[in-house]
Design a protein around this ligand. Structure first.
Ligand SMILES: Nc1ncnc2c1ncn2[C@@H]1O[C@H](COP(=O)(O)OP(=O)(O)OP(=O)(O)O)[C@@H](O)[C@H]1O
Ligand SMILES: [Mg+2]
Ligand SMILES: [Zn+2]
Length: 515
């Protein structure tokens, strides 16, 4: 007898429907065809154990299984469930009448429990597109899959639940979650708020400008000055995640297997802070079955690289392409996988190897040469993609307790949203450009050209401060954002002046400046 069940192959964010064809005849062999990887080949043993432990057994016949279409790579262990159900149906133990209406995914434990799989959300999206009536997933993936409307999604605990479901011996209800309502409820509930940060007005201002224009930013300051504290609060002043953005980000987290059991849609902008010992693959993605890296998990949110010069040179260099393209392509011999990676980079570094160069309360023990070498670890091309550099000093502990709480994130966010609206209007005819940070050189001339007097001032300042040539367009971009925050149509000299102040690392004299 020939039986077909349906499941899904996940490659990157692409999902394809896979048909498992199971056929049985007299004999004792097991054949699996159709470009399956080792994990799929190991299915046989898991299925056998799961059947035995549930009072069933593997039919002692020739079983031929074909996974079609044959040219799509099939990886992972999500095929256990559709294969097991296919075998049971071919053997007459499961009613096959309704099998074609459902997509099935799930890994089997040896006891027959269903283990979670990766990519439940993109699989559910595919199932609806292919007009399946329903999707059966392991219980742990149910909230993720239930994001999709107009599809009956069932979360099942064990193989036997699925057997009973198709045989009609037990009735199960599809899970319905009002994910959109939850999404909008949780959207603005950030645990960390800028009001916790006392003082540090100029750094907060720099972060506000960065948020308003989508600019990357680096903070330079001694240990304990609050760099991590400030960075973690950035998502709370960015414009709220839209439903469309959330779907993109949630799918990436789903494919990475990082959606917790009680989450459906990710409702807040992600904040990813990998340690500086992170490998290239973990940062940008990769591996055998290419998984998204931190830059893609940070999609539509913030990637925080603490102690940036401590990252290896090679790791820093691979960041350049995704910073530019806002996506990453991972190439394999026979196929490519692409993940979006549009994130705001927030980096931090000490001003010197010992950490205390320029700190009024500690002595720096580094030589100018050591300091320069440390600064040089961040290469020109990478620095070129960071529009805002700001220095930060620690607020003395004695003063902290007497200071008033800072401005709340919600108030800052309102200003950011207003500035973003102006940018949306400005770039409405440019596909893929949403904020000032994305402007091309040509657009800079059109939208951020200062008047002659401001230009003269900019030239003079560049000479006097020994700013490098690359600083020029960065300054104009940031000045455009500062003007937008003020609601000013033109870029004026005060906007340029503030933007010049954000180019500390472009100055040729960092190590002799004696800040
Ligand atoms: N301006 C401030 N307002 C309130 N608390 C602060 C402030 N600055 C520092 N702190 C306190 O000091 C702690 C240390 O700050 P944080 O870890 O952010 O510093 P850091 O610059 O990241 O240091 P490191 O270089 O060691 O990582 C914070 O968790 C916070 O409790
Ligand atoms: Mg820190
Ligand atoms: Zn030092």
């Amino acid at each position: 007898m020939l039986v077909k069940t349906y499941c899904a192959a996940v490659n990157g964010l692409d999902v394809n429907t896979v048909t498992c064809e199971v056929s049985m005849s007299r004999g004792v062999q097991f054949h699996l065809t159709g470009l399956a990887d080792t994990a799929v080949k190991e299915s046989y043993d898991r299925i056998k154990a799961a059947l035995v432990n549930n009072g069933l057994k593997m039919p002692s016949m020739d079983i031929t299984i074909n996974l079609a279409p044959a040219d799509i790579k099939k990886e992972g262990s999500g095929y256990d469930l559709p294969l097991a159900i296919g075998i049971l149906a071919a053997n007459g133990k499961v009613e096959s009448e309704h099998l074609e209406q459902y997509m099935l995914v799930g890994e089997l434990g040896l006891d027959g429990k269903l283990q979670p799989i990766r990519g439940a959300l993109p699989i559910a999206i595919r199932a609806r597109k292919e007009k399946f009536k329903g999707l059966i997933v392991p219980q742990q993936n149910i909230r993720e899959a239930a994001v999709v409307n107009n599809l009956e999604v069932y979360g099942m605990e064990t193989l036997m639940d699925v057997v009973h479901f198709f045989n009609g011996t037990t009735t199960y209800e599809p899970t319905i979650i009002d994910t959109r309502r939850e999404f909008y409820e949780q959207q603005n509930q950030y645990e960390l708020d800028f009001s916790d940060v006392r003082g540090q007005e100029s750094v907060k201002r720099a972060l506000e400008v960065a948020a308003a224009g989508g600019h990357n930013l680096i903070m330079i300051g001694p240990p304990g000055s609050g760099k991590s504290m400030l960075a973690k609060r950035l998502p709370s002043i960015l414009p709220p995640l839209s439903l469309a953005e959330s779907l993109e980000t949630t799918q990436i987290h789903s494919v990475a297997g990082k959606i917790s059991r009680d989450t459906s849609l990710i409702s807040q902008r992600p904040f990813r802070a990998p340690h500086h010992t992170i490998s290239q693959v973990a940062l940008v993605g990769g591996g055998n079955n290419p998984q998204p890296g931190e830059i893609s998990l940070a999609h539509n949110g913030v990637l925080f690289l603490d102690e940036m010069p401590e990252l290896s040179r090679a790791v820093l260099e691979v960041l350049r392409q995704p910073l530019e393209d806002r996506k990453i392509t991972i190439s394999r011999a026979k196929y490519n996988v692409e993940y979006p990676s549009s994130f705001m980079l927030i980096a931090s570094m000490n001003p010197c190897p010992c950490g205390y160069y320029g700190d009024p309360t500690h002595n720096c023990v580094c030589t100018p040469g050591q300091i320069q070498r440390y600064m040089n670890k961040i290469s020109g091309p990478l620095l070129d993609r960071i529009d805002i550099h700001c220095e930060i000093q620690a607020v003395p502990f004695s003063e902290l307790s007497q200071m008033q709480p800072g401005e709340p994130s919600a108030t800052i966010r309102e200003r950011v949203i207003r500035a973003r609206k102006i940018q949306e209007e400005r770039f409405k005819n440019f596909k893929g450009i949403h904020c000032n940070a994305m402007m091309t050189e040509k657009m800079l001339h059109q939208y951020a050209e200062p008047d002659t007097a401001s230009l003269d001032m900019l030239r003079m300042a560049m000479e006097k401060l020994k700013l490098s040539a690359r600083a020029y367009s960065r300054i104009l971009k940031v000045a455009r954002t500062i003007a937008d925050l003020e609601g000013s149509e033109n870029v004026l000299s005060q906007h340029i002046a503030e933007a010049i102040g954000y180019r500390n690392l472009d100055r040729g004299d960092w190590a002799e400046r004696g800040i």
